[in-house]
Design a protein around this ligand. Structure first.
Ligand code: MN3
Length: 248
């Protein structure tokens, strides 16, 4: 088991990082490039380099959207999170971001928006793989069985997820989560809230999250959010999502 996982991890690193352009491969600050195969457990308070180039998700997500999304929107959440942590005296060396999210109601709105914004984007990038990566287009094994059991079928899950993503009014995220009682559940959160937050109506461990803010798709899809949602299914990395399911 262990050697297989190590092999997959190494192969993934070579194939994904091998395709990086030099500008993207530069670590941000002192950050060390993370394996794109990490599920979510490595997400901390700093923005990590993208595990793919800006153009890697074309034609689903265009290069300019990806660049603006990463270098402007996501970078701003990360910076504002650190500012909020300084102002609200968060001990960064002894605090896990997930623990902070779990008691986000004790902090400011600025902390809520930016801790959520930063976590959600780091989580999102790790969920995506280039279209022609040869990856599975649907889950298998335990996760697939859980989907059959909790939704009836993968297609039913997909329909529910699409509906959650389409119907989220204004800005927000659609999620697949594992609840505390071990069930799979689909839902959405407003703005940059997420299911790890104590004040979220939808609560559980995120397995898959989709950004449905207009900044994520407007340049290419304009008002057609459903087209963006439909296209994103070819980018989801079911190996990662399955790992999150097993670890949750
Ligand atoms: Mn976004």
């Amino acid at each position: 088991m262990k050697s297989r996982r190590t092999f997959i991890k190494t192969a993934g690193l070579v194939s994904v990082f091998g395709a990086l352009s030099p500008s993207i491969a530069q670590p941000l600050g002192s950050a060390i490039p993370q394996s794109p195969l990490l599920g979510a457990e490595d997400i901390d308070f700093t923005q990590q380099p993208l595990p793919f180039s800006y153009a890697a998700l074309e034609p689903v997500i265009d290069s300019l959207t990806m660049e603006i999304h990463f270098t402007k929107h996501a970078a701003a959440y990360a910076k504002n999170l650190l500012d909020a942590c300084t102002a609200e005296k968060v001990d960064l060396t002894n605090t896990k971001l997930t623990a902070l999210l779990a008691k986000i109601s004790a902090y400011s709105t600025k902390m809520r928006n930016n801790a959520g914004g930063h976590y959600n984007h780091e989580f999102f990038w790790r969920t995506l793989v280039p279209v022609d990566n040869g990856h599975a287009r649907m889950p298998s094994g335990d996760l697939r069985e859980a989907m059959d059991s909790d939704f009836g079928s993968f297609e039913n899950f997909k329909t529910q997820f699409n509906e959650a993503a389409k119907s989220r009014f204004g800005s927000g995220w659609a999620w697949l989560i594992k609840t505390a009682d071990g069930k799979l559940k689909v839902g959405s959160t407003p703005n940059q809230d997420n299911p790890l937050m104590d004040l979220s109506e939808l609560k559980g461990t995120p397995l898959l999250g989709l950004d449905v803010w207009e900044h994520a798709y407007y340049l290419k899809y304009q008002n057609k959010r459903p087209d963006y949602i439909a296209a994103c299914w070819s980018l989801f990395n079911w190996e990662i999502i399955d790992r999150r399911f097993k670890n949750a």
